[in-house]
Design a protein around this ligand. Sequence first.
Ligand code: FNR
Length: 418
Amino acid sequence: MPHLNVPQKQKVHRRMPKWSELRSQLQFAPFERDATTRRLGRAHTISDLRDVARKRVPRSVFEFVDGGAEDELTMSRSRAAFDRVEFRPSALSGALAVDTSTTLFGRSLDQPIILAPTGFCRLSHHEGERAAARAAARAGIPFALTTMGTVSIEDVATVGGPEADQWFQLYVMRDRGLTTDLIARAKAAGFSTLAITVDTPVTGQRRKDLRNGFSVPPQLTVRTLLDIARRPSWWINLLTTDPLVFATIPAGEPEAHAKFIDSVFDPGVSFEDLKLVREAWDGPLVLKGIQSVEDARKAIDYGADGVIVSSHGGRQLDRSPVSLELLPQVADAVGDQIEVLLDSGVRTGADVAAAVALGAKACLVGRPYMYGLMAGGEAGVDKAIEIYASELRRTMHLLGLASIDDLDTSRVRLRPSN
Ligand code: FNR
């Protein structure tokens, strides 16, 4: 064995550095005193916001928002379709700045996103539709108020301000007088666009709501009382602000959500009934919940200015078509005659870019801003919108595109499903 002259390890004497020496190398994050800002600061994606939301509200409320119909197949397939998106970027495109703005029905949107109509917003947060309408107006995107709103048409119009682009979503009611009265109120309040939801002859079966005994207002049971103990601030806010009622249509007795809706909406509504709506509304008219090329064509025949390819977020007919997969066919068939929009499962700015590239003028998002509302009220809705905006900007930049109009079918394909 040759003798190796291995140098002896020198003993190193370490001393604790002084604080003054450390200060130049370490930075302590300033402590955020505001709990909401702290909470929202931890959310970097819509999925993070959902995690925060889950901890803030009673389980029955979270699941009412988060859940889908029956086996939730359409809901999960809608998400999975976006995972199949593959982009085709251009290298060294020279695009210095990115402009995410677009124009819809003659109005400018800062990004191609619309806050979708969602019922019972004030369950998620006591400020409900007011918070969402203000956040949308600030961000330069439209807010759509539902017929099932918990803040009235007139109040939403006031909080948004004169510049706000607000849409009214209408369910055709059994009472046609009430239906035309709502249209007149939306018109008088300055709403820009009317969206008629066409996928809800009856309410889809949301099994989580059934299991949770979901009702509006919440009914007191032993479980609700236990929940109060675990979510005191949500309950205090609910009980110390305006009563939670439908603010636009006559409120029924507290009862199961689906039962009440089915007693008010007309299950027999047909395309012919749209004539009444078209006569009463002279602004842009959109059909929400289109799920076939044939119906998109019919929408044109009955005077619609746009269609929303939508499965209602997978909350109505389970196993209905997946919006993103149907979109190219609808855009191909009617895209040069009316505006084509999309919703259901849009969770990132990259999803928005993909939908626009495949033919949508803009996307509606429902649950994502409700997660924001639950997580942090108005600031939470701001956060949800900011997440989409920064993700969309970054996606376009990485694709090498300067403007929304550059997003076309050459930029994206759907990979075959596994
Ligand atoms: C909805 N949606 C809905 N649509 C509508 O036309 N009128 C309504 O009153 C409601 N209410 C409602 C409540 C809640 C809690 C949710 C989550 C959704 C459907 C909504 O407008 C939109 O189509 C979907 O939410 C889009 O799917 P994502 O973005 O939630 O995946």
